[in-house]
Design a protein around this ligand. Structure first.
Ligand code: ADP
Ligand code: MG
Length: 567
């Protein structure tokens, strides 16, 4: 075929295909328009998986009569006017593509009213062309009705999944926006049945209750507003929202919502940052419930990456990443108590069984399965001076403090000590290095090899001296002193498999600490235990290991007295 410029209809079909992938994309675009129009109430009605009918009704500003037809032109928008406006986007829409794209693949009716205009405007479109126009009574706001989606595009129609699947995608979109905009009342009705209704109270927890139910809502922790360096809100980035306590872990990743300047985005690395903050707190295979709102100046983020606008790029991705991770981690650590025995056995129910459960629950579910109201919250604080009394099961150190008994997980405690030690050595650029007597050949897969090459310099900072040695092999001449004699090749492989990218250095430190720490089951001498406890006392966060697991549990004098019926 000779080269030709495509005709208008083909171009609009191609463009529409990018914006309108499935019925849920239509819902997303229409709801975004309603939100941009300042609506405080948005109702979404769906029939037949959204293929038969989608109607979105809002009480926003409406479209002035003279502009309504223009709104269906491709690249017609009221939200930006010049390229420089792309730098400061705070609206959800800005590409002027949605209405024209939807009209290209469905029948559309628009009724819109603006405060002050005598009557509303009505438009009917078919195949992207206006076939009906007129006036209709309408209070301020807009109603868009979309019918017979993809009827003329059998290929797309065939590609859609079952009605139930399409409905669930739609419910997902509406739920996310309900979480992002708690001040807006959302109603979603599917085939005549209301499936979601939020009160529009402005309280995130109310939206969470409606979207995820009471059980989840009762276990949400509020992120304390956190700026760049923690605590200070003066910075340009603000992290707010709520995170689920580890005990409401879910089997799917879908319970994590990320909003950037109130836009729902998907961002693998940020999602990973959140998951990582839960590391060691959630059971393996479980994922967190979290609603994370990032507010930052629009110049700091590029939303013009893809027509669906769900992808964003940050100018300083590393800073964004660590701010999110820090915010989530601190919220979890500060609000996750040091477990106490009273959470397991109340005096009335004392029997040997719950106590046994306690001894084995170390390192598992930190909340020990009680509702947060009943959970005493012990904020992270420094440790009192402890006197070592012995070792239990070659895994736990028994110690006495001014207020009772402490059981310390030797591996977790050592990890905490080493973690802070490595961070300290690194910040002073004084990593202790151990030259190997003979260079060791280190074999890697092609992918690990690439990742290794990309990380030479960073690895050198940690004390690794590595050079290429033929295909798939590297020579290691020196390793960090802490890892000498340990399974550093295993640690390296694990790290290389986890890829580079955000948080790599922290992962490296955690991994080094973990691989050099004493294991459970290792017998320690009294001196070693004393040394360990003394060093733990000096750490900044003695109560948790770098993965977030508790390092100890505490049985206070008061609890002891109660347990023995002395008080
Ligand atoms: P964009 O949202 O990127 O500007 P759209 O095609 O979605 O592009 O919408 C085009 C224009 O139509 C918007 O810029 C806005 O002015 C107007 N519009 C669309 N939907 C609504 C609505 N629900 N309320 C008020 N104005 C709307
Ligand atoms: Mg839009």
């Amino acid at each position: 075929m000779p080269i030709k410029v495509l005709d208008k209809e083909t171009v609009s079909q191609i463009a529409a295909g990018e914006v309108v992938e499935r019925p849920a994309s239509v819902v997303k675009e229409l709801v975004e328009n309603s939100l941009d129009a300042g609506a405080t109430q948005i109702s979404v009605e769906i029939k037949g998986g959204g293929v038969s009918r989608i109607q979105v009704i809002d009480n926003g500003s409406g479209i002035p009569q003279g502009e309504a037809e223009l709104a269906f032109n491709r690249y017609a928008t009221s939200k930006i006017a010049s390229p420089s406006d792309l730098e400061s986007i705070l609206s959800l829409g800005f590409r002027g593509e949605a209405l024209s794209s939807i009209a290209a693949v469905a029948e559309v009716e628009l009724v819109t009213g603006v405060a002050g205009e005598a009557a509303g405007t009505y438009l009917g479109l078919k195949d992207g062309v206006i076939i009906n126009r007129g006036r209709k009574g309408r209070s301020a706001g807009t109603t868009v009705t979309v019918k017979n989606l993809f009827r003329r595009i059998p290929a797309r129609l065939k590609f859609l999944k079952s009605l139930a699947t399409e409905n669930s995608h739609i419910a997902n979109i509406v739920s996310r926006y309900a979480l992002a905009f708690p001040e807006v009342r959302f109603i979603l009705s599917i085939d005549g049945r209301v499936t979601l209704r939020t009160p529009g109270s402005g309280e995130l927890i109310d939206s969470i209750t409606q979207v995820y139910g009471l059980e989840v809502a009762q276990n949400m922790l509020e992120i304390k507003a956190l700026g760049w360096e923690g605590g200070v809100v003066a910075s340009s980035l603000l992290v707010t929202g709520m995170v689920g306590s580890p005990k409401v872990g879910r089997s799917s990743r879908d319970y994590l919502s990320l909003f950037v300047n109130r836009r729902w985005v998907s961002h693998r690395r940020l999602a990973w940052a959140v998951e990582e903050a839960y590391h060691g707190l959630l059971m393996v295979g479980k994922h967190p419930v979290a609603i994370i709102n990032l507010s930052l100046p629009p110049q700091e983020v590029d939303v013009n990456v893809h027509p669906t606008k769900t992808e964003v790029r940050f100018r300083d991705e590393q800073a964004t990443f660590s701010a999110v991770q820090k915010a989530v981690r601190q919220t979890l650590i500060e609000l996750t108590p040091v477990p106490r025995i009273e959470e397991v056995a109340t005096p009335r129910e004392v029997s040997s069984v719950p106590r046994l459960m306690l001894w084995t629950s170390i390192g598992g579910d930190v909340n020990l399965g009680l509702p947060p109201a009943a959970t005493p919250q012990t904020p992270a604080q420094s440790l009192p001076v402890l006197r070592v009394m012995g070792q239990l099961l070659s895994s736990y150190i028994i110690a006495e403090g001014p207020d009772g008994l402490y059981l310390i997980d030797q591996h977790a405690a050592h990890e905490r000590i080493l973690f802070e030690q490595i961070e300290d050595q690194r910040s002073r650029r004084e990593m202790e290095i151990q030259m190997l007597l003979e260079p060791v050949a280190f074999e890697v897969s092609p992918r690990q090899g690439e990742s290794l090459k990309a990380q030479y310099e960073k690895l050198a900072e940690f004390g690794f001296s590595i050079e290429p040695f033929g295909e798939g092999t590297f020579l290691v001449r020196a390793v960090p002193a802490l890892l000498a004699g340990r399974d550093w090749p295993g640690m390296m492989r694990e790290l290389l498999d986890s890829g580079g990218g955000e948080g790599w250095e922290e992962r490296m430190v955690i991994s080094m600490a973990c691989h050099s720490a004493v294991r459970a089951g290792q017998v320690l001498t009294s001196d070693e235990m004393r040394e360990m406890v003394r060093k733990l006392e000096q750490t900044a966060l003695p109560h948790t290991c770098p993965h977030g697991r508790p390092t100890m549990i505490h049985l206070s004098l008061g609890q002891l007295a109660r347990e023995f019926g002395r008080s």
